[in-house]
Write a protein of this length. Structure first.
Length: 275
């Protein structure tokens, strides 16, 4: 059973990465227009469809526009359907924003991977499992909490806003992949939102990820996303800060001393301490 599930997950991930697709000029590489157009088109279809669905369900909840829904679903299930629609709208918006902000502010590195839809096997698995928790609850014990939904929505909007601002502020110095060497265009950004958080794009992603699960009222995955995100950034941030200390030995320690990581339980970088 586990082997079958793992194979299915690997197949999904391979399709997101265009493995096995026609090897022609439009699908050969990450920067091929075929890949970019396909991902953008599918995200646009999902976004538009769920905006319409969300609107219809909200209007029905207020004015009973589709009486047949009340015959087959409880009020809690109808609430959960528009809740899911809103979640998909925000999820698609996140991935489209990742691409377009990169395309505008750092066009030299923009590729199909800038959408982040094929971020990693763990990322894909996490969101498939969170969807499983939601739809299991929908059919077996439907439940909708407005306060938790509002908190989750606030975290999602805050996280995505912070991340987009960070990417725009960083400009040519931003990249979705950790850089192992310093480019000529790479400068230490300390203004704007970087004067408060030294890793604002990570801060945004952290609160966005947890917020998506609170928005869905996913009790289990809200906890799991918080733990997994913290563990991921406990490794990634110290590693990146050591790299930045090597790139900017005279600047980064002073900068780190006056800014906040913004994510709880992240240990300070030993090399960043001012002696």
């Amino acid at each position: 059973m586990m082997t079958t599930a793992k194979r299915a997950l690997q197949w999904i991930q391979s399709q997101l990465s265009f493995e096995g697709w026609p090897v022609d000029s439009q699908f050969r590489s990450e920067s091929s227009l075929g890949r970019i157009a396909t991902i953008a088109g599918l995200l646009g279809i999902f976004l538009g469809t769920h905006i319409c669905l969300f609107s219809v369900l909200i209007l029905h909840r207020c004015f009973s526009l589709v009486p047949v829904l009340d015959e087959f679903f409880s009020l809690e299930q109808i609430d959960m359907m528009w809740q899911w629609s809103g979640y998909v709208v925000l999820l698609c918006s996140f991935h489209l924003t990742e691409f377009f902000v990169t395309a505008i502010y750092n066009p030299t590195v923009v590729t199909a991977e800038s959408f982040l839809v094929n971020h990693s096997l763990d990322y894909t698995a996490a969101f498939l499992l969170s969807a499983t928790e939601f739809w299991t609850r929908f059919f077996l014990y439907p439940f909708f909490s407005t306060p938790v939904f509002i908190v989750g929505l606030g975290m999602v909007l805050f996280g995505q806003g912070i991340r987009a601002i960070a990417m725009a502020t960083c400009g040519a110095s931003f990249n979705h992949k950790i850089q192992t060497s310093k480019k000529d265009t790479h400068v230490l950004i300390t203004h704007g939102i970087y004067s408060y958080f030294r890793h604002p794009s990570y801060v945004g992603f952290y609160y966005w990820a947890i917020g998506t699960q609170l928005l869905l009222n996913n009790t289990l995955h809200s906890f799991l996303f918080a733990v997994a995100s913290t563990m991921f950034f406990r490794k990634r941030i110290p590693y990146e800060e050591e790299s930045l200390m090597n790139y900017f030995p005279d600047q980064y320690a002073c900068y780190a001393a006056t800014t906040w990581v913004g994510i709880p339980f992240i240990p300070p970088c030993d090399k960043c301490k001012i002696t």
